[in-house]
Design a protein around this ligand. Structure first.
Ligand SMILES: Cc1cc2nc3c(=O)[nH]c(=O)nc-3n(C[C@H](O)[C@H](O)[C@H](O)COP(=O)(O)O)c2cc1C
Length: 221
């Protein structure tokens, strides 16, 4: 696949087929991830690949926690405030995600159902969780984690595998720590759902929006 096609064709997948990804294919994807750049080649990331019964038990527990109304408490706190122009984009995504599924704003039951599916990682047969040692400077480690997750998503896409980086998948770290051997001195940063995309599902097909170059690039010469 051409690199440009991978960069522009990858999109967040929000419904996966249940088919497992072969371990050989996952291993190839992770081998590609080894070549991700990092500050000073520190390679601060540690990845946990969750599949099979362990993932199913976490999926069930995550959904139940969401249903019980338990507050999200990721190990990297989610920002509560955003600048106005970013808030607008976030709200725009929320609108598109609901309308693509034909969910009206006032249809609370359908919205809750969608959030339940999100907390079940959209049915993905694999969840990759990224962690870093707690004594790593978080700002820098976050850059490196961002890079390796993009490599992961592109390497997966190159093999016909869809992905969704998911803050929701690390919102209840106490549950995650019950199924994953994440040492206490590691901070869980982010998760990525992986699986074969259900290409007919409207949420996997809606047109995505991006800012124009003039909105974020300044040329200086
Ligand atoms: C750090 C991070 C966390 C995210 N968490 C979620 C999530 O919990 N649920 C979800 O549906 N999408 C999540 N996404 C996906 C974004 O909504 C998506 O990347 C963005 O809307 C751009 O769309 P695209 O990935 O389809 O190009 C997350 C993305 C990132 C980078």
């Amino acid at each position: 696949m051409e690199l440009k096609d991978a960069i522009t064709g990858r999109r967040s997948i929000r419904k996966f087929k249940p088919d497992a990804i072969e371990k050989k294919v996952l291993t190839e994807i992770l081998e590609d991830c080894r070549w991700t750049p990092s500050w000073g080649n520190t390679q601060p990331w540690e990845l946990f690949v969750l599949t099979g019964p362990a993932l199913e038990s976490y999926r069930k527990a995550s959904k139940e926690k969401m249903e019980s109304g338990e507050i999200f408490s990721p190990e990297v706190p989610m920002p509560e405030e955003w600048p106005e122009h970013m808030k607008k984009r976030y709200a725009g995504l929320g609108r598109v995600v609901l309308t693509a599924q034909g969910i009206a704003r006032e249809d609370k039951a359908a919205r809750v159902q969608f959030y339940k599916e999100m907390h079940a990682f959209f049915g993905a047969p694999c969840l990759v969780i990224a962690a870093v040692p707690k004594d790593t400077r978080l700002e820098y480690a976050m850059l490196d984690i961002g890079l390796i997750l993009q490599t992961l998503c592109l390497a997966a896409y190159d093999r016909g595998i869809g992905s969704c980086i998911m803050a929701v998948s690390v919102g209840y770290p106490d549950l995650l720590r019950k199924v994953l051997p994440v040492p206490a001195d590691r901070r869980i940063i982010m998760g990525v759902a992986l699986g074969y995309p259900d290409t007919d599902f409207p949420l996997n097909r809606f047109p995505r929006e991006r800012a124009k170059l003039e909105d974020f690039v300044t040329w200086v010469s």
